[in-house]
Design a binder for this molecule. Structure first.
Ligand code: FAD
Length: 409
């Protein structure tokens, strides 16, 4: 589907000064938001030979700076989310080839690691809950295996003696979201994407069609197609007609980063996760010794404060799971915002406003869904219809609602 030439396409903006004295630039595709979702969209767009621009004051930032990077299609399965499962699995399958293509395009690895996942239970309630999840996985034809507590500890000797059982999922891997964001940024630059390091202040709409955006510096970028990919901020852009505003909200998550000292120190060989007293906790071990411990789920609007309570709960639950973590240096605490949607699934493709597309609402699976999103948005920008697998995720599936846009100061 994508041009694989090592030469970047001829991508340039046409700049002119309008009658109002404002700079107006014209591109084929303007992507609002340069998180991993906006960047993968821009990369695929530029590969098609489309003149592509990204507006973002800090491209490559966003939730990927906090995320753990679990590619957890199977362990994150929930009742009633079969359509989401299908695209999560499709994206997980795409990861090895995607990582290789991105490494080739950017010269950077993204820490893709085929390590698998072990979900464990510590008490009878959590064990019953995990049994149900395992049964759902089996009914859905997924590859997962029930293990006794002893078998879990044989696999991961650092687990607490009290572990009562677990589910081994050899297909749920990981990638490093920070490295993914960096690599996508480089791939975009090499493909000729133009970056405007400014916020998009207002969507431009003329004759019932989106025609680009006005940026915070007063300049305008005119575009044949505009992609709204502003993550948790996607419902805040001024100028978007109320019936088109995506129902996306911020869902706060606090995450800790620990360091396993020494290159050979054995700690965990795969992602370990559990639900402890109803609260999910996970430990994601990277090859470089980083151990990511997450995450809280909090509906607190735009708040990104790291709280003593959040850190305490994460450490308490993770300590019950893997007591040895208290010996490790705690090197970072951070909170980020997941772009949540009403059905926990992304919004992909054309909106009800001609010229405006969405790539947002990826909630807790944005890293996992990056390859799939890039493929879908690339095909739509190439002029194809929304692919079959992505149709349940059209932005137009939600009934029109009153906008809760906040006008910028
Ligand atoms: C704690 C936590 C743990 C997570 N763990 C995982 C995980 O294990 N696996 C997984 O798959 N996913 C995980 N995620 C989810 C994943 O990180 C997100 O779904 C994904 O990063 C969303 O990417 P995005 O590009 O849509 O949005 P964002 O990363 O939020 O990026 C949006 C970008 O838009 C920019 N922007 C905002 N408003 C404007 C504007 N008006 N004009 C221009 N630019 C604008 C911002 O500066 C930002 O760069 C986690 C998230 C969190 C917070």
């Amino acid at each position: 589907m994508h041009a694989s030439s090592s030469q970047p396409p001829e991508v340039s903006e046409i700049g002119e000064v309008s009658g109002t004295g404002r700079t107006v630039r014209t591109v084929d595709v303007l992507v609002i938001g340069g998180g991993i979702i906006g960047l993968v969209t821009a990369w695929r767009s530029a590969q098609l030979g489309l003149r592509t621009a990204v507006a973002d004051p800090a491209p490559g930032g966003g939730a990927a700076q906090v995320a753990a990077g679990m590619l957890a299609a199977v362990t994150e399965l929930h009742y009633g989310e079969q359509d989401l499962l299908a695209i999560n699995l499709a994206s997980a399958r795409r990861y090895p080839a995607f990582a290789a293509e991105l490494a080739e395009a950017s010269g950077q690895e993204i820490g893709y690691r085929a390590c698998g996942t072990l979900a464990v239970a510590l008490d009878a309630d959590d064990r019953a809950h995990l049994r149900e999840l395992h049964e759902l996985q089996q009914r859905s034809g997924l590859d997962s295996q029930w293990l006794s507590g002893r078998e879990c500890r044989r696999l991961e000797p650092m687990l607490a003696p009290g572990v009562r059982g677990g589910v081994r999922v050899d297909g749920d891997h990981q990638a490093d979201p920070r490295r993914l964001a960096r690599a996508l940024l480089t791939a975009c630059e090499r493909a000729g994407v133009v970056f405007h390091r400014a916020e998009a202040r207002r969507l431009l709409v003329e004759a019932d069609r989106a025609t680009g955006a006005e940026l915070a510096d007063g300049s305008r970028v005119r575009a044949d197609r505009t992609v709204l990919a502003a993550g948790s901020h996607s419902a805040r852009l001024a100028g978007v007609p109320p019936h088109v505003v995506p129902p996306v909200r911020p869902v706060k998550g606090q995450v800790l980063r620990l360091r396993v000292p020494g290159p050979y120190a054995p700690f965990l060989s795969r992602t370990v996760r559990a639900v402890v007293r109803g609260g999910p906790v996970y430990l994601v071990p990277r090859e470089n010794g980083e151990l990511v411990l997450g995450a809280t789920t909090e509906e607190l609007g735009w708040d990104t404060t790291v709280t003593a309570g959040g850190v305490y709960e994460l450490l308490r639950d993770a300590h019950e799971l893997v007591p040895g973590i208290t010996e490790l240096p705690l090197v970072e605490t951070r909170a980020g915002l997941r772009p949540g949607s009403p059905d926990n699934a992304p919004l992909l493709g054309p909106t009800a406003l001609p010229g405006l597309l969405a790539a947002t609402g990826h909630h807790r699976n944005g890293v996992l869904l990056t390859p799939f999103t890039g493929d879908v948005m690339g095909r739509v920008l190439a002029g194809e219809a929304l692919p079959e697998a992505a149709r349940p995720f059209s932005p137009q599936r939600f009934p029109a609602r009153a906008a809760h846009q906040e006008q910028p100061a």
